[in-house]
Every structure is written in structure tokens, then in C-alpha cells.
Design a protein around this ligand. Structure first.
Ligand code: GAF
Length: 343
């Protein structure tokens, strides 16, 4: 008889501040949220993996030993199975069921939530219940790069796998030092609002931005833009000078946000969120009309600060509400929640 099924949860994340800094060796301050992806894995006979995306009403089936390439959600499933095998993990034939409380392409990291839930469920079904989470974050990010085609960094997978209740994580992507930062909102609230526009990290402007940043770093002779000298970066041709300036100033805003949180100075966070958004729009060219309308509506409704969250080019907007402020239309409260886990 086969072993009983296991169930794993991968959370989405909200990045408080520090956007497009991860692949630039910079700083970010994300937290895991309560919404995410659940994968149940039940060992089966044979030598194949079956998967059902319950929300989409779609399924997939492929050989465990050598999954062929595929598109869409199937690329994630097959990529995780293949890369776990390549990394030396023992997997078993399994039947997978995937459900989600996160909209796809929403900027709340539905992709990483799916990757980490798949990985934890597949490993646990084969008896490995406590994998190295940092190694798993790198593996999941590699799947997104190599199987899905999005040249994303390590922000989302690190937040999903290392996140913890009540804390944000200050991540230094130059060293991969991860420091928990207690996120005590003291009556203030963080909310997200959907701009109504979904984004694709594989086909949108995301990969182009990353290529520009790597090109700018090469011209400056530094490993990443976070190591660049601001004066030298300002002499780069447009738009590379603006991309570099965004990265350097966004890193400084992360440090300012960490300091504000350590003093319980939530009011100081609002202007930092606004400045991050303006920089993503004006220096990084990562905004859209729908995102701008959503930010404007939130500011008019009295938000203390608002900015696009995640890769941009659509997706959700994050806003900070002062104590007593009403909930703007369409706003959904988010709170720092437990990271990925077996249920
Ligand atoms: C997306 C990517 F997946 C992350 O790696 C990160 O670059 C983010 O956009 C922007 O900060 O979520």
C-alpha cells in the first residue's frame, strides 16, 4: 500500500520596500502573507507524476525521471520535479493537487508560492520533511529562470521559505544575510489593492530591466549595481543612469524603513513607500496606467503611502493606512504570516 498523502503550503509575499534590488545585489524587506498555494502529494504506483490544478480545472501527467518541457503552470511542476531530481533528492511517483488563494500574475508572488509548496510536498511525500530552505530557495528560483523563462532573483522564494509570523525579513542579496525585523504595526494597517492588470515576468518588461542592469554594472566594472559609485552611475547614458539610481536609492530606502520600524515610527514609512513608487515609475519605467490610477485612488482615499509591489508592469498596489483610516474600496488587509510549511 502507498504512503498517505502530505500537504504543503507556500505563502505569497508582500515586499514592504526594496523592489528590483534582489538581482542587483541590494536590499529588500519582504514578509510572507497568509494567502498562498497548497499542494497535496499522494504517492502512487508506477513511474509518473500526475498533477491537477484544481482552480483551473486542468491536469498534467509526465514521467518522474525525465519531465519534458511545458508551458504555463505545468512548467513549474515539471521544473520542480526535474530540478529536485538533478539536485540529488529522491522523489516518488505521486499524484498532486494544487489549490490557491492568490491571484496569478498579481505581484504577490504566486509563482514562488507554487514552487515552494510543490517542492515541500514532493520531498515530504518521499520522506524528506526538513530540507535545507536556502538551497531550496535557490533551486526554486532556478526553475523560474530555466523552465519558466523569467529571469527573477531570490526575493520571493526567500520570503516564502524563511518568512515568519509577525516579522519582515531584511535580506542583503550581496551576502544572503537574512535578518528578521519585527513588524509591529501598532494600529496602522497594510493593505493591497489589485490594479486589475496582470503581469507576466517571463514576457513583460522584467527580463529587459534585468538585462539593462547587468549591462550597466558591466560598463561600471562592478559585480552588481548595488556596488556602483553614485557619481559614476550618473554618467551612464539614459536609461541606464536612471536604472542604477533607482537601485542605489531603493537600497537606502530599505535601510531607512528598517530604522523607522525599529523606532516604531510607522509614520516615516509612508513617504518611503511613495518615494519607492515614484522611483519605480520615473527611473525604472515599471508602472502602467492601471497601477497609477490605483495608487492615485489610494492616496485620495487617505493612504499614508502607496506603491506598486513586486515586479511591476501591473499587479497589486500596497498601501499604508494610519490608525482609524477607513478601508479603501477593494482593499485587502495583509499581515506578516508564517512561512512555507507542511500542514
Ligand atoms: C519579482 C521577482 F520575482 C523578484 O525576484 C523581484 O525581482 C521582484 O519582482 C522585484 O523586486 O517578484
Amino acid at each position: 500500500m502507498n504512503a498517505p498523502g502530505v500537504c504543503a503550503f507556500g505563502p505569497g509575499r508582500v515586499n514592504l520596500i526594496g523592489e528590483h534590488t534582489d538581482y542587483n545585489g541590494g536590499l529588500a524587506l519582504p514578509f510572507a502573507i497568509a494567502e498562498g498555494v497548497t499542494v497535496t502529494a499522494t504517492p502512487i504506483d508506477g513511474d509518473r507524476v500526475r498533477a491537477v490544478a484544481a482552480d483551473l480545472g486542468e491536469d498534467d501527467e509526465f514521467p518522474l525521471a525525465a519531465p519534458p518541457r511545458a508551458e504555463g503552470w505545468r512548467a513549474f511542476v515539471r521544473g520542480i520535479v526535474a530540478e529536485l531530481g538533478t539536485a540529488g533528492h529522491t522523489l516518488c511517483p505521486a499524484s498532486l493537487t494544487i489549490t490557491s488563494t492568490l491571484a496569478r500574475g498579481s505581484g504577490l508572488s504566486s509563482s514562488a508560492a507554487l514552487e515552494v509548496a510543490l517542492a515541500l510536498a514532493l520531498l515530504a511525500a518521499a520522506g524528506e520533511r526538513d530540507p535545507d530552505r536556502r538551497a531550496l530557495a535557490r533551486l526554486c528560483s532556478g526553475v523560474e529562470n530555466d523552465w519558466v523563462g523569467a529571469q527573477t532573483g531570490l526575493l520571493d522564494q526567500t520570503a516564502a521559505l524563511l518568512g515568519a509570523q509577525g516579522t519582515a525579513l531584511r535580506i542583503d542579496f550581496a551576502t544572503m544575510d537574512v535578518t528578521p525585523v519585527p513588524l509591529d504595526l501598532g494600529g496602522w494597517r497594510l493593505v493591497t489593492v489589485d490594479s486589475g492588470e496582470t503581469h507576466s515576468l517571463a514576457t513583460g518588461g522584467y527580463n529587459a530591466r534585468r538585462a539593462e542592469c547587468e549591462g550597466a554594472a558591466r560598463r561600471l566594472g562592478v559585480a552588481t549595481l548595488s556596488a556602483a559609485d553614485a557619481a559614476a552611475a550618473a554618467r551612464l547614458p539614459d536609461p541606464l543612469d536612471r536604472r542604477a539610481r533607482h537601485v542605489l536609492e531603493e537600497n537606502a530606502r530599505v535601510e531607512a524603513a528598517v530604522a523607522a520600524l525599529s523606532h516604531g515610527d510607522l509614520a516615516a514609512l509612508g513617504p518611503l513607500l511613495d518615494a519607492s513608487h515614484a522611483s519605480l515609475r520615473d527611473l525604472y519605467d515599471a508602472s502602467t496606467d492601471a497601477v497609477e490610477r490605483t495608487v492615485r485612488t489610494l492616496r485620495e482615499a487617505g493612504a499614508a503611502g502607496a506603491r506598486m509591489v513586486g515586479g511591476g508592469f501591473g499587479g497589486h498596489v500596497l498601501a499604508l493606512l494610519a490608525p482609524g483610516a477607513g478601508l479603501p474600496p477593494g482593499a485587502h488587509e495583509v499581515a506578516p504570516s508564517a512561512g512555507a510549511r507542511l500542514l
